[in-house]
Write a protein that binds this ligand. Structure first.
Ligand SMILES: [Fe+2]
Ligand SMILES: [Fe+2]
Length: 163
């Protein structure tokens, strides 16, 4: 059985992960509107991953006799000034999520919840990857600047991401 504090914190994280999916879908819509279908496709895959993250937490609660409580998902931003600005926002968001995951790990330690602690190690590793991927996209876009040919090359490169 899972403790109340951990149960509540994991439910909050389910909301964070679903908001992440919503944010990346919003970015996908922005990229489609800009004619950057490769970046849109990258964001759509990212949104699917975020739903999977939410489901991992959902399953953990179910397996431990906890109660899943779904709260309203906040409205994401809908517009960014450039592809670089959108990926910068994604990178900043991932850093925020990493902070949340680390807080959950610390809570699991404080509560001596070894099962949650172990489950959360997957998220610790995943966040290293998530920050790395978004930071690399930011670096590529910084490299080409406003050059539209360069942006189209990055669009192709990001569009090649496998599902
Ligand atoms: Fe996530
Ligand atoms: Fe993420």
């Amino acid at each position: 059985m899972i403790g109340n504090r951990m149960e509540e914190a994991l439910n909050e994280q389910i909301n964070e992960e679903l908001f992440s999916a919503y944010l990346y879908l919003s970015m996908a819509a922005y990229f489609h509107a800009e004619g950057l279908d490769g970046m849109a496709s990258w964001m759509r895959l990212q949104a699917k991953e975020e739903v999977e993250h939410a489901l991992k937490l959902f399953d953990h609660l179910v397996e431990r006799g906890g109660k899943v409580t779904l709260k309203a998902i906040a409205e994401p931003e809908g517009k960014w000034g450039s592809p670089l600005a959108a990926f910068q926002a994604a990178y900043e968001h991932e850093q925020h999520i990493t902070g949340r995951i680390h807080e959950l790990v610390e809570l699991a330690q404080a509560e001596r919840d070894h099962a949650a602690f172990q489950m959360l190690q997957w998220f610790v590793a995943e966040q290293v990857e998530e920050e790395d991927q978004t930071r690399k996209a930011v670096e590529l876009l910084e490299w080409v600047g406003p050059d539209s040919r360069g942006i189209l090359m990055i669009d192709q490169k990001l569009g090649a991401r496998a599902g």
